[in-house]
Design a protein around this ligand. Structure first.
Ligand SMILES: [Zn+2]
Ligand SMILES: [Zn+2]
Length: 183
């Protein structure tokens, strides 16, 4: 039986023109899909304001701690048209960012993006997949958000954000470079 798209977790507003959802891995609580630029290209370089670390030999982007505070910002630059798209910023998106951002966090100057290079071949071109996990249902979200969320945007309070990338040049991947709980 075909799943109706209304059964899927709604796409957060900032990803609506970018995320092409995958019906096979998405359901009412999870949304997964590839990032495709409005120009039609799905090949991007991954941009980050984060700390690039390794976990058991696998690259992993974690929250970056600076004197100005904590940052986690992920972007994609289209390899075809060079437009840059924001995929996630911890001060704007997900539970903490959307529902209860820390005071002054959004007003801080953001460090410049760094460009991710493939762990194996150092190329920049990647296919990027994003996952949005809402760990509560709509009713619980609305209750917890205490008036900040409503029927029109309850899904903006998602609880988990993931990014998987595959190198277009050498095929390395998919690598889960971001696996982040937003609350
Ligand atoms: Zn493009
Ligand atoms: Zn590579």
């Amino acid at each position: 039986m075909r799943k109706d798209s209304t059964e899927f977790y709604p796409t957060p507003a900032h990803l609506r023109d970018l995320l092409v959802s995958d019906p096979n891995s998405s359901d009412a609580h999870e949304l997964h899909g590839v990032i495709r630029c409005p120009c039609g290209s799905a090949v991007s370089s991954l941009l980050y304001v984060a700390e690039l670390t390794e976990s058991q030999g696998i690259p992993l982007l974690r929250v970056l701690e600076l004197p100005a505070g904590f940052f986690l910002r992920i972007g994609a630059r289209c390899m075809a048209c060079s437009r840059t798209h924001l995929l996630f910023d911890d001060d704007y998106h997900g539970w903490n960012g959307f529902v209860c951002p820390s005071r002054g966090a959004r007003e801080r100057a953001r460090p410049l993006y760094q460009t991710y290079a493939c762990h194996r071949c150092k190329a920049e071109s990647h296919q990027i997949s994003v996952g949005i996990l809402g760990d509560k249902d709509q009713g619980e979200m609305l209750e917890d958000a205490d008036g900040v969320l409503d029927q029109s945007n309850w899904f903006e309070g998602f609880g988990w954000f993931t990014v998987e990338i595959t190198c277009v040049s050498c095929g390395y991947g998919p690598v889960a470079v971001v696996d982040y709980e937003t609350r």
